[in-house]
Design a protein around this ligand. Structure first.
Ligand SMILES: Cc1cc2nc3c(=O)[nH]c(=O)nc-3n(C[C@H](O)[C@H](O)[C@H](O)COP(=O)(O)O)c2cc1C
Ligand code: SF4
Length: 600
């Protein structure tokens, strides 16, 4: 190893006090400085941290953004989400390849440009988008792709490539300066309504922790990360769990394709998120919190650190928060490195401990044994914002918003075939039609509600309402126009996504995500049979036995479209060609046997 690499590893490990649970941070920083993580570097990290090399290797190999070989001076990660494809991703990819002189998955011969595919990067409202050395380049055109490669070869820095133009709101903050847009189209009263940082905390410290939990329970706040688990109940479990050391995690992994609300909330309302974490900490008795953010949002790092520092200054974080004796709590930021499954709360905790993001067996649940085996609350970004408003205005105010069983508001991420993609904060109870109208969508064939793990519905269901009791959603709302090939452009893309993102621990998830993709491709190519369609549906039952929600929902795009768009499948099945029509003639198969035994 070159001495400079060795020195880099040593100084990075020292930055994290030689703590092996900070392995993710060590790897991210070392890769930042060296460009990639060779086996030699992994060995050096292992020795410096005092852990087996295999522990380092298995973490490195798990995450999409950790590279084992040089990725070029500029690593271009062009996302291949459904919406990116809708908006001309293929042409942009072709332009990058032609200009760079290499294919995706390769580095150009001069070592300047590396081209890589990646899953949805949380920019579905401004596609096609790419990450280049961690900076976001939204709304790319083939001409821009060519210009970018020329700039790279001309020796420009990534900041120079990005230029001076910034997006709206805090995207223009000196510590962000991103080309990203927020596109907040509708501000509801909870997340994007009036907000003065610290006000809710001042109210909270006048209450006991039991009273805070009672208020959250009485407001019926439910988790916005997708599962809708009652937040007050989760906090109660954590508060009652034995032990003095407890943790609060904020889940900003946001890997569900089509979702980008947490990115916008972290950009526009970071104080609210941290204030929500502090309220959770007060309620359960935690002193340390971790904001786990997907690597795709690394460009927000300096800004978020700045907000944290400011909140410490204001006495909203740190020791004696809001002057309350015994209320000590601080937050650190943990970045992921590209793995959808890390949004699953136990995988997220594993990842924060420096390991592969493989979901744990449950029980025990994180509220009993979570981060470092201590009771841990994991809440979504938006859930924590909701709690701030509950504490500020009271449960009755919150209960007046929404429906009978779904209180408050929901932040929707609308994208796809509509005029106004973006963020809409609506009360629960809005119908799909209401949202389509707001977003300027016409000639709609289908809507993918809740991302690929949700469901794909057709016009006959557009009067259904967004609510836990009807159409539950974590926020992703992808509009699919009539001109799209639903199976090829959408369902197949999602099938590939799940196959790629399965962590591989459970056999059904590992095997059937791949097999489902193959069968789907066969059907799309016109070589499928009616049995194939039945087979895909039957596999759904097996998938329910997988360990986590990824495997349990991985076939949803297929089975919900078979249910709601069956003619699209039937129209593509092979009918005439005997090669693709499985048949079994029992009488013919046993004819020899019958002849030999004198039966028949
Ligand atoms: C594959 C998978 C990915 C997930 N991704 C996220 C995510 O990005 N953000 C999130 O808050 N919850 C995600 N969840 C749900 C979390 O496991 C967990 O329920 C949630 O963070 C709890 O917070 P809440 O109660 O505030 O919703 C995911 C679950 C699965 C199975
Ligand atoms: S269901 Fe899939 S992603 Fe989840 S633990 Fe099993 S293999 Fe991993």
């Amino acid at each position: 190893m070159a001495p400079s690499a060795e020195k880099t590893v040593k100084s990075v490990v020292t930055r994290y006090a030689g703590d092996a649970t900070r392995l993710m941070d060590v790897l991210i920083d070392v890769q930042d400085e060296l460009g990639f993580l060779s086996h030699e570097t992994a060995g050096h990290i292992a020795r410096t941290l005092g852990i087996p090399q295999v522990d380092v290797e298995q973490t490195v190999s798990f995450y999409h953004f950790f590279a084992r070989a040089p990725r070029g001076t500029f690593a271009v990660y062009l996302n291949d989400s459904v919406v990116a494809e809708f908006y001309g991703r293929a042409e942009v990819a072709a332009a990058f390849e032609a200009a760079a002189g290499c294919r995706f998955g390769e580095v150009s011969a001069d070592g300047v440009v590396g081209l890589f595919h990646t899953a949805c990067i949380g920019m579905s409202d401004q596609e096609p988008a790419a990450l280049i050395n961690g900076q976001v380049f939204p709304k790319l055109t083939p001409a821009q792709a060519r210009e970018l490669v020329a700039g790279m070869r001309a020796g420009k820095t990534v900041a120079e490539l990005k230029g001076e133009t910034c997006g709206d709101g805090q995207n223009a903050h000196p510590l962000v300066r991103a080309r990203v847009k927020n596109h907040v189209r509708r501000r509801g009263p909870t997340v994007f309504g009036d907000y003065r940082p610290g006000e809710a905390l001042e109210k909270v410290v006048a209450l006991s922790s039991a009273e805070v939990i009672a208020a959250v329970k009485s407001a019926s706040v439910r988790g916005r990360g997708g599962a809708g688990f009652p937040t007050g109940m989760k906090w109660e479990f954590a508060r009652r769990a034995p032990g003095d050391v407890k943790y609060v995690f904020c889940n900003a992994d946001e890997g569900e394709p089509g979702t980008f609300k947490d990115r916008v909330i972290l950009t526009e309302r970071p104080q609210m998120v941290f204030e929500g974490m502090a309220i959770a900490a007060y309620a359960v008795g935690a002193r340390q919190g971790i904001l786990y953010v997907r690597n795709e949002y690394h460009y927000l790092r300096a800004y978020l650190e700045h907000v944290l520092a400011d909140m410490r200054q204001q006495n909203w974080l740190g020791a004696l928060i809001a002057g309350k004796a015994g209320f000590n709590f601080d937050v650190s930021i943990q970045f992921g490195a590209g793995a959808y499954v890390c949004g699953e709360e136990s995988a997220l905790i594993e990842s924060a401990e420096g390991k592969r993001g493989e979901p744990r067996d449950r029980p025990p649940f994180p509220v009993e044994k979570g981060y470092l085996q201590k009771p841990t609350v994991v809440n979504n970004v938006e859930t924590l914002c909701s709690v701030v408003k509950v504490m500020l205005h009271g449960p009755d105010w919150y209960n007046r918003l929404g429906t009978e069983q779904s209180k408050g508001t929901k932040v929707l991420c609308v994208s796809g075939d509509c005029d106004h993609s973006g963020i809409y904060e609506v009360e629960w109870g809005f119908s799909v039609n209401d949202v389509l109208k707001m977003a300027g969508a016409r000639d709609v064939q289908a809507v993918q509600v809740g991302g690929p793990s949700g469901s794909c519905i057709g016009p006959d269901e557009f009067d259904r309402v967004l609510a836990y009791e009807d159409l539950a959603t974590g926020g992703s709302f992808i509009v699919i126009g009539k001109h799209r090939d639903l199976l090829k452009d959408v369902v197949l893309n999602f099938a590939r996504f799940f196959r790629e993102e399965s962590c591989g621990s459970c056999v059904p998830c590992r095997a059937l995500t791949g097999m489902a993709q193959v069968v789907l491709e066969r059907i799309i190519a016109g070589n499928g049979t009616a049995e194939d369609v039945e087979r895909l549906q039957a596999w759904q039952k097996i998938m329910r036995h997988n360990r986590c929600g990824l495997g349990q929902t991985a076939l949803n795009p297929i089975v919900t479209t078979i249910k709601n768009f069956r003619p699209l499948y039937e129209g593509r099945l092979s009918t005439g060609d005997p090669r693709f029509v499985p048949s079994f003639d029992l009488a013919a198969a046993v004819r020899d046997y019958d002849a030999a035994t004198g039966k028949g």
